[in-house]
Design a protein around this ligand. Sequence first.
Ligand code: BDR
Ligand code: CA
Length: 326
Amino acid sequence: MSTAPPARIPLLIDTDPGIDDAVALLLAVSSPDARLLGVSAVFGNVGLETTSANARRLLALAGRADVPVAAGAERPLVFPQAQRAGEWHHEDGLGGRADTLPAPGPLDPRGAVELLADLLRGAEEPVTLVPIGPLTNIALLLASHPELTPKIGRIVAMGGALSGGNTTATAEFNVNSDPEAAHRVLAEESVPVTLVPLELTRRCAVPGDWLAELAASGPRCALLASLTEYYRTRIRARTGVDAVPLHDAVAVLEAVLPGTLRTEAKPLAVACAPAGQRGTVRIEAAGRSRPVDVAVDVAVDTDIPRLHAEILRRLRTLDDSSPDPA
Ligand code: BDR
Ligand code: CA
């Protein structure tokens, strides 16, 4: 008796590459249990033009230039972006090595919201939406296409911090880059959301020997490992620790391998007032009136050695096919 192969999880990724976004995107395309339908780019670590070119370069590196990539928001919904992250990712978003990747494939003529909406509309099963940058495109999608929310199985977002930020003392970069958009996605929509916050992604940082193993796995993996060097040097200078947090890849692993992360449901809100703790995620007081009664599944723990091994095992398959990434 023949058994049907297990269904592959349809994925849409919204991203601002970004060094950890690069690992996350390549993790998605190297995961046999997922099917990447499309990618949307957003401003974030660097400007939109650069993030959208980087997303296309990375897909070309993986031999997946067939995945459509559309450009979305170039700025937040209300206020200007508080700060960019070129200091950590380099002005080219990929550690000063973007030029070592293949040239970007063509940009989809649709805007990000249009592309995401078209792909959701055409999907036969619920899609997992994975935002790993500021949440502007996703807020716009949910606000302008409420009829498509039943097509979203869940959102798995990297962002937020509940006990100390990386952009201000209390705010994490993705949420702080567009707090109004983050508040809409985390507190005002009835789509199931899993939030993968900074506390957990920092604990999942990969050590130097993991990066050496990746680099030794073949030319594509070596190129990917080389992108992380810029970030690694800066982290080591700042913290004294030789480990690279692959924030966005932790969220992608949960999306392609559900249950990787242990979660706790919490009602959340984002501070959006112009002063004070703007951009900070807080646990909402009980009984506070909300447009919808939602709790976000906040990722709190995982088996870290297993997560490291699983990410490496998948990335290594990038070099199974062709020896030449150029
Ligand atoms: C997040 O901010 C960005 O710099 C990273 O790409 C990640 O998405 C971590 O706070
Ligand atoms: Ca990112």
